[in-house]
Design a binder for this molecule. Structure first.
Ligand SMILES: [Fe+2]
Ligand SMILES: [Fe+2]
Length: 171
């Protein structure tokens, strides 16, 4: 196979991984800020969730960077200024980001990497997709509880979340 054909087959996957790397890097930075705001708002359970998710996004970014490196590219990200609002609004913004990743971004990127047999990329994209599903579920649960004003919910106490250091799966 000519060298330019090989380059063509990884080009889109590399571009997608760069987008995903930038997304994960920004999500990590955003959730760290949102965690501090949740603590300030007297919602330590939400702060725990944001910190767990922030750690997961860091693992995803790291895994994407490793796949990029294997494909001969270096990960680069621009971290944008973060808009911190109320914790409810922050949760909604976080959920919108996760939902986009779960419904649009990762399924598309994963299908493309699968079609090109770029297995290192497929693996890191699939791990991220699965973790983002749990982030979306946990964020929507927190939004429902916060909107229903239940005083004895997990939002108001420090809560343990578990993050897989290999794939970022959060529970
Ligand atoms: Fe992620
Ligand atoms: Fe996530």
């Amino acid at each position: 196979m000519p060298a330019n054909q090989v380059a063509f087959q990884t080009e889109v996957t590399v571009k997608n991984l760069q987008i995903a790397f930038e997304g994960e890097s920004n999500a990590h930075a955003k959730y760290v800020e949102f965690a501090a705001k949740a603590d300030a708002d007297g919602l330590p359970g939400v702060a725990s969730l944001f910190r767990a998710a922030a750690r997961a996004e860091q693992i995803h970014a790291h895994n994407h960077a490793r796949a990029l490196h294997l494909m001969g590219s270096e990960a680069k990200a621009r971290v944008h200024p973060i808009e911190v609002k109320s914790t409810l609004e922050n949760l909604k913004s976080a959920l919108a980001g996760e939902q986009h990743e779960v419904d649009v971004m990762y399924p598309e990127f994963l299908a493309e990497a699968d079609a090109r047999n770029n297995t290192a990329a497929s693996r890191t994209l699939d791990w991220a997709l699965e973790a983002e599903k749990t982030h979306a579920r946990l964020y929507s649960e927190a939004i429902t509880l916060l909107e229903s004003n239940e005083a004895d919910s997990w939002l108001y106490a420090v809560r343990n979340f578990y993050v897989c250091v290999v794939c970022g799966y959060t529970s």
